[in-house]
Ligand binder design. Structure first.
Ligand code: PLP
Length: 396
């Protein structure tokens, strides 16, 4: 018999993918411009010109067998140096190439980090609302998911609930800020308190509890709000970074893990990361894109388009009576459904050709996610439908 868990995972598409597939079918029926698909977190802003120029330049001028060949498993030395130098100069922490492990994006960074840290049945705390794939990655690494509930009106971490969820079996905590799906950035004050609790509990249970900072949206912020760099706040930190959103390269699969040099037994943790990458069959991160990163390490997409989209959607939806927290980052609005029924809302919205993601699986009931990484015209054209939807719920 084949592995039933894997069969189940493969047979049951994520709701987001399900909606995305429906969207394509519906677009064939009524025309793409008439389907207001807000389901997928696929960047709508082009990668910076510098990236395309760099790719062309590399292909024209570099030795193709080297450019497309295997690299060291942890990534090319010069690439890791470029990443370490960039992090050092941006955040002032003392990381070196020896702390950097290049990956195939944040999903790989997370699965590798979890596999490196977890023993069978150890627990990982995730802060709701959370990216649903965490459940898959944690379970695949033999761990157990523990959900910490948020302060509902702000979606900041509820420190009391968090502390209560920590047990002797807690091995790691995942922080995702800016957050998918709420767009919330955790305040520095909260981060400091979270770290204090983790230090206290690590001492109490006499083993390190690791902090995994999942930060594909770090660069996508729309105000002067600070996104604390966790290595500067907590020693036992692993940073899981990705260029999928920062450079609009999600299909190219490139990112990295940084194991903080201040981790207890940092070298061993790094070696376990190498072992986990090996055991999961990653071999090395894409070679061409490692070289692109080495040359464009401080480049980021123009986020002004996302900010415009956020403001347009947020202003209109709130004027129609919908409720949501103002997101400071990422490219999602997390909207409270009027009847506290996410699936019902999803179906009602679908009747108006609006596709949003019901978020019960994200750990908070009664919310939908609207991904505004779309052409502005889609938002503008959808507003009448959103207004009609609000009328159906008697919000206006
Ligand atoms: N973590 C979060 C919070 C995400 O939203 C995503 C993708 O949307 C990922 C990780 C995976 O990103 P990547 O495409 O870099 O694997």
């Amino acid at each position: 018999m084949i592995n039933q868990k894997m069969l189940e995972l493969g047979s049951k598409r994520s709701i987001i993918r399900e909606i995305f597939e429906y969207s394509k079918i519906r677009a064939n029926e009524i025309g793409k411009e008439n389907v207001f698909d807000f389901s997928l977190g696929n960047p709508s802003v082009c990668p910076p010109q510098e990236i395309s120029d760099c790719i062309i330049n590399l292909i024209k001028n570099e030795n193709p067998t080297l450019l497309h060949g295997y690299t060291s498993a942890q990534g090319d030395q010069t690439v890791r140096e470029a990443v370490a130098n960039s992090v050092k100069s941006r955040f002032g922490c003392d990381v070196s190439a020896n702390n950097v492990y290049m990956t195939c994006g944040a999903a790989a960074s997370l699965s590798i980090s979890l596999k490196a840290l977890l023993n069978e049945n150890e627990q990982v705390i995730v802060f709701a609302p959370f990216f649903t794939e965490y459940t898959v990655f944690i379970k695949n690494a033999g761990g157990e998911v523990v959900i910490s509930n948020p302060k509902e009106n702000t979606f900041q971490v509820d420190l009391v609930d968090f502390e209560n969820k920590i047990t002797e079996k807690t091995k790691a905590v995942i922080i995702n800020s800016p957050n998918n799906p709420s767009g919330v950035v955790y305040t520095e004050e909260k981060i400091i308190k979270i770290c204090e609790i983790l230090n206290k509990k690590s001492a109490e249970y006499n083993h390190p509890i690791y902090l995994i900072s999942d930060e594909p949206y770090r660069e996508l912020v729309y105000s002067s709000v600070k996104v604390p760099y966790l290595i500067n706040y907590y020693d036992n930190t692993l940073v899981c970074y990705s260029y999928s959103k920062a450079l609009s390269l999600p299909g190219e699969r490139i990112g990295y893990i940084i194991v903080s040099p201040k981790c207890v037994n940092s070298k061993e943790v790094y070696l376990a990361v190498c072992g986990a990458g090996r055991s999961l069959g990653y071999v090395c991160a894409p070679s061409l894109f490692q070289q692109v990163i080495a040359r464009c390490v401080d480049t980021v997409v123009d986020v002004s388009t996302y900010k415009e989209n956020r403001d347009l959607l947020l202003d209109n939806l709130t004027s129609f009576g919908f409720k949501c927290v103002k997101p400071d980052g990422a490219f999602y609005l997390f909207v409270k459904t009027p009847n506290n029924d996410a699936f019902e809302f999803y179906q009602m919205a679908k009747k108006h050709e609006i596709l949003v993601v019901p978020c019960d699986d994200f750990g908070v009931k009664g919310y939908v996610r609207i991904a505004y990484c779309v052409d502005k015209s889609r938002i503008v054209n959808s507003l009448v439908s959103f207004k009609n939807l609000a009328k159906e719920y008697s919000l206006i």
